[in-house]
Structure formats: C-alpha cells, structure tokens
Write a protein that binds this ligand. Structure first.
Ligand SMILES: Cc1cc2nc3c(=O)[nH]c(=O)nc-3n(C[C@H](O)[C@H](O)[C@H](O)COP(=O)(O)OP(=O)(O)OC[C@H]3O[C@@H](n4cnc5c(N)ncnc54)[C@H](O)[C@@H]3O)c2cc1C
Ligand SMILES: Cc1ncc(C[n+]2csc(CCOP(=O)(O)OP(=O)(O)O)c2C)c(N)n1
Ligand SMILES: [Mg+2]
Length: 588
C-alpha cells in the first residue's frame, strides 16, 4: 500500500485535472474506480505502468503465472461482487491470461485485464512479443479495447469497468501500446466517465407477461424454482426466498447457484443436473412448472433436451435476452435484473399450499436418511465425501470454499451445505483445472476476515501449485485440502463407466504435497484415516499462516448419481446397491 502522501496525491488527481503520463493515468483511473488490489506480472511492454505504481495507493500481488493473475482477479470478483483486475505484459504474458479470461466469461464474472503491447508504430510488424491479444480474446471477452493514444486510456478503462459490471457481467480487456503509456495527456477522471449504462431495449418486463407468469404460478400444482448464479449476481436472495415461501415452492439449485438459497431451508431441494440429487432430477421431470431464476439451462443441468421437463410450463427470468429460448423453449420470458423482476412479480403472488407436492418429493427421497454418510460407521477408509462433510461440520459452514474441477468439486457441492451467497467459488462453465489455488488467493484479498478453504484434486492442484510462492510472499492465510486419489479422478470415472475401465493416462504420480508445502516454507500434514481428520483440520485452522492438508482418499470412488452425457435427466447411473456408502440419494 502507498503512504498517506501518495493517497492524497492520487486523490488530488481525481478532483483536479492534471497532465500525467499514460502509465500514471492507468493507476489514477484504477484508484478512481475504487481498486485497492491488482494481480499481475511485469514485462517490457508494460514496464512504464509498473514504474509508475509506487506513486499510487494500490497493492500489486506478484503472481507466478499470468493465468494465476486472471484467476485471482476472478476469485476476488466472485468473493466480493466487485470488479477484479489483472495485469500482464504483451505476447506470452497476455496469452497466459486467456484461460483465466475464458473462465470468467463462461461464468459471467466481472474482471478487467490490462495488458501492455508494443509501440503503436510496430503494431502488425511481428515485433518482439507482439501478439494480437484483442483478436485472440475477442470471443472470450464481453468487450476489448486496443488503445494507442494516451488520452484514450482513462475513458477506455472507465468504460471497461462499466461494461464488466453492468447487465450480464463479464471480462473486459484493455490492451495499451507502450508509447501510449509513455506519452502524456490531461487526466480528467470526471470527464472520462462513460455515458450512463442503458439496458438493452428488450430489458423491459411487460405487465401482461407478469400477469401471465403470476397466473402460471397460481394454477400450477407441481412447481419448482430453478435458482442459478444470477440469484447472487443480482442480490435477489430475499426475493427468491419470498417467492418460494409465499407460494410454497421448492427450490433446486445449479452448481453456481449454491448458496443463493440457504441449504438448511426446508424448501431447499439441493443441486440439480448431472451430479445433482436424484430426487431433484426426478422432480424436475415430473414438474408442471419451472421458474428459472438467473440460470441458463446448461447441458450439465438439462441432460438430453428432447426429454427435458416435458410436462412443465417454463418461466425464465434472465438478464441476457440471448439466453431466452436458447436451450429450452419457455412459455413466459421476463427479461431483466432478477431482483427487480421478482420485486415486480411478488405483489401478484398470493399464498398457496404446496404441501401435497412437497410430500411427494419427500417420499421420493426413500432411504436417504439412513444412507447418509453421517450415519454410517467408520470403515477405516477415507472417502472424499467424509472429508468434505467433516470440513463443513467443523467450520460450521462459515467458510469461503474455492474448489478446483473434478470429482472433489462435485463432492463439495453435495456435502458442503452452503447457507450464504458467494461462499462457494468454483469454475462451472469452462471447468478450469488449476483454478482453485489462485482464485482462493483472490478471494482472501477480497475478504481478509473470512476463513478460506481450497478443495483441490491432486491433478488440478499441480497445474497452478507455483502460486504457493505468491502466498508466502504475500503472507496470507488460507487452508488447502488436497483430495488425493492418485488419479485424474473424474476422467477415470468416465473411463470406468464408458470406456471399459481403460485407465489410459489417468493414474497420476504426484510430489509429496506436504514436502512441497514445506519447500515453500509452509506447514502441512497428510491424513489417511477419518479418525485423524478433526485434529488435522484443527491444526490447519489454528496455524497462523497457510496450511496444507493432503487427504489420501479412496482411489477408485465415483461420484453418484451421474447422468451419462446425452441421456435424459432421470436416466441416472446410481451407486451399486452393495456399496451405498457415499450415495446421496436412495438406490432404486
Ligand atoms: C465437472 C463438472 C460437473 C458439473 N455438474 C453440474 C451439475 O451436476 N449440476 C449443475 O447445476 N452444474 C454442473 N456443472 C456446472 C455447469 O457446467 C454450469 O456451469 C452451471 O450449471 C451454470 O449454472 P448457472 O446457469 O446458474 O450459472 P451461469 O452459467 O453463470 O449463468 C447465470 C445466468 O444468469 C444470468 N444472470 C446474471 N446476472 C443476472 C441478473 N442480475 N439477473 C438475471 N439474470 C442474471 C446470466 O445472464 C446467465 O444466463 C458442472 C461443472 C463441472 C466442471
Ligand atoms: C485445464 C483442464 N484440463 C483438462 C480438464 C479435463 N478434466 C476434467 S476433471 C479432470 C480430472 C481432475 O483430476 P483431479 O484434479 O485429480 O481431481 P479429481 O477428479 O481426482 O477429484 C480432468 C483432466 C479440465 N477440466 N481442465
Ligand atoms: Mg485426483
């Protein structure tokens, strides 16, 4: 952080127009946008920007790979609801950001990435480390800019922030040539303000659509609310709850919707989709009305579209008109911000008795209560589901959990019961392995007061493990749980089910993760049995700095239920009855 004198100087920049270099304008604009932390990695084409940093009250986190910078900005944004910022140089620095940008794009996360590029007179000459990063990122950004004039820097960055956070959020890239960073211009923060955001002209909810939706809700007997990521993105938790409670409608959640409706609420059914609860998927297939709230009917959620919820009318409340009728044809579309639309809809909804339908769903859960892992004796084996469930119990659920991608991610979704929005941070749409560790660092910067846990697989953790050094350099405390099954587990599971158990290229040799942590100066501990678990977790939580737990779990366990790709939602593969240990639903 800069000194008080620096803060005053940069605040003066915000109120009094002054001549600054382009590099100074970058930082002054970020300060004006309320940025306090950025994640980045320097190089020749962005050096003027780095040289000017010392004059501004912004903390720069030096990452170990630019992919990490984008994921940290993303984790920061998911945890806080604010815009995250990543910085990189031209060429390989910029291309290393791409996976992180695509991850943010697929999950609608607001980040701004700033890259340097070669001097404008060299653009197009294949100059050293020149790459057309605006061309490369065109399909994976909401918008991008190539800036070659100093006076365009402040308006472009301000517009980038507006685009990133308005409407359906997403990533924006601002590529600035070196000469634009080195030149000077009058910096006038207020004058650089973009025109007010004007929602898409289609973002208007007509009265007759509201009336139609209300009538569908009134007359339906087997309704389900499908709550997605848009619930937390629009801050519509109270409104969704009001709708559910007033009309006694159960709520099913997408992976990215978890936490948007409290897990402990009696109307919460749990997760839907490929690895969702069996009773949820069956209920969706039986429903006569689906009320989709800020979710985009991803194929992991619907299974085969031709047989998806055929008995149900559908209401879709969604901010992006492009999502309406994209995957699933709907009967009523309410296009707009979820919270605002629900506020308009709620006065039309009267109380209703949904008990018959709720009891039908409850009955379909069958023997789940006795099969729940909480009630099973310790067999001496350590199952990932135990680890996740115990972490949930021990932390009281009051942690921000950042997962990687794979089986452990699904077990987290099934066994860690999220009560609050922004308490699960996970890459859903792109499913990016290597996401967890850097995203958790970003989340910790966003919420320093919160307990942050990484839950990662042995495969994904190795993709970005170099960020352990960033943790050490920044002296931050997070807790790391590696679910170590010796396999690229989710791919092994597909090989087991669909490729005749041909475990080609999925057995995985890993370093001793505890020693790896120790090589970074961080403590760690291996856990082999459930009896050691509580002590080990307590040790990690009470350690002053980051602590790594290496959970050596059952190697060939699978996530159940599972809908094979291309199958209908109700065509789930269930855990074989002889070993029901970590099945969440009843075996049928
Ligand atoms: C290994 C793996 C397995 C998976 N299995 C499952 C599974 O079993 N079940 C499951 O659900 N997912 C699963 N996923 C995740 C899945 O791929 C999708 O990422 C997820 O279903 C998307 O959830 P969503 O539609 O709620 O969120 P998003 O994809 O983020 O979509 C949110 C929607 O809300 C809209 N929106 C945003 N803001 C607002 C607002 N203010 N007002 C109104 N609308 C808004 C957006 O325009 C968008 O259409 C899995 C992922 C992986 C990697
Ligand atoms: C960058 C990237 N490469 C490949 C994949 C495909 N993939 C999805 S899950 C998975 C296995 C993950 O293994 P691990 O991290 O050990 O987690 P586990 O499934 O064992 O819990 C792979 C390879 C991916 N999602 N991301
Ligand atoms: Mg694994």
């Amino acid at each position: 952080m800069g000194s008080n004198a620096t803060t005053q100087a940069s605040n003066a920049h915000l109120t009094t127009p002054a001549r600054l270099t382009g590099a100074e304008i970058v930082w002054a604009t970020l300060v004006g946008e309320g940025v306090t932390d950025v994640f980045g990695y320097p190089g020749g084409a962005i050096l003027p920007v780095y040289d000017a940093l010392r004059k501004f009250p912004i903390h720069h986190v030096l990452v170990r790979h630019e992919q990490g910078a984008a994921h940290m900005a993303d984790g920061y944004a998911r945890a806080s609801g604010k815009v995250g910022v990543a910085i990189a140089t031209s060429g390989p620095g910029a291309t290393n950001l791409v996976t992180g940008i695509a991850t943010a794009m697929l999950d609608s996360i607001p980040i701004v990435c700033i890259t340097g590029n070669v001097p404008s007179k060299l653009l197009g000459s294949d100059a050293f480390q020149e790459i057309d990063i605006t061309g490369i990122t065109l399909p994976v950004t909401k918008h991008n800019f190539l800036i070659s004039r100093t006076e365009e820097i402040a308006p472009a960055i301000r517009q980038a922030f507006q685009i990133a956070r308005s409407g359906r959020p997403g990533p924006v890239l601002v590529d600035i040539t070196k000469d634009a960073q080195q030149g000077t211009a009058i910096f006038d923060f207020a004058a650089a303000e973009p025109k007010p955001y004007r929602p898409h002209p289609m973002l208007r909810v007509e009265d007759f659509s509201l009336a139609q939706a209300a009538e569908l809700i009134r007359s339906a007997r087997r309704s389900i609310i499908l709550a997605g990521h848009g619930v937390s993105e629009s801050g519509a938790m109270e409104q969704v709850r009001a709708l559910a409670e007033r009309a006694e409608i159960p709520v099913a959640l997408t992976l990215l919707g978890l936490g948007g409706f409290p897990a402990s609420h009696p109307l919460n059914l749990g997760m839907m989709g490929m690895h969702g609860e069996a009773w949820v998927n069956h209920a969706i297939q039986e429903a006569d009305l689906l009320i989709a709230c800020g979710m985009r009917f991803d194929d992991r959620v619907t299974g085969k579209l031709a047989s998806y919820a055929l008995k149900a009318k559908k209401i879709h409340i969604e901010i992006d008109p492009a999502e309406i009728n994209k995957n699933v044809k709907v009967d009523v579309a309410l296009v707009g911000d979820l919270r605002q639309v629900l506020e308009q809809l709620l006065p039309h909804i009267s109380t209703r008795d949904g008990q018959l339908w709720l009891k039908t769903i409850e009955a379909s859960k069958g023997a789940v209560a006795v099969r729940d892992i909480k009630n099973l004796p310790d067999s001496g084996h350590l199952y990932a589901a135990h680890v996740v469930h115990d972490l949930w119990r021990i932390t009281g659920g009051n942690a921000v959990v950042v997962t990687d991608v794979g089986q452990h991610q699904m077990w987290e979704a099934q066994y860690f019961h999220h009560e609050h929005p922004r308490s699960l941070i996970t890459s859903g749409g792109l499913g990016t392995m290597g996401f967890a560790l850097p995203a958790a660092i970003g989340a910790k910067f966003a919420c320093p007061e919160k307990e942050v846990w990484v839950i990662a697989g042995d495969g994904g953790f190795q993709m970005t493990a170099a960020e352990l050094s960033t943790i050490v350099q920044e002296k931050i405390k997070i807790n790391i749980a590696i679910i170590n099954n010796g396999y690229l587990g989710m791919v092994r599971q597909w090989q087991e089910f669909f490729y005749d158990r041909n475990y080609e290229s999925t057995p995985l040799v890993s370093p001793d993760f505890v020693k790896l942590a120790e090589a970074h100066g961080l403590p760690g501990r291996a856990v082999r049995t459930r009896t050691e678990l509580a002590n080990a977790v307590a040790e990690a939580r009470s350690a002053p700095g980051t602590f790594l737990l290496n959970f050596l779990v059952e190697k060939e366990d699978s996530v159940y239920p599972m809908i094979p790709a291309g199958s209908a939602l109700h065509e789930m593969i269930r855990r074989p009855a002889k070993n029901p240990l970590v099945e969440t639903a009843d075996d049928v």
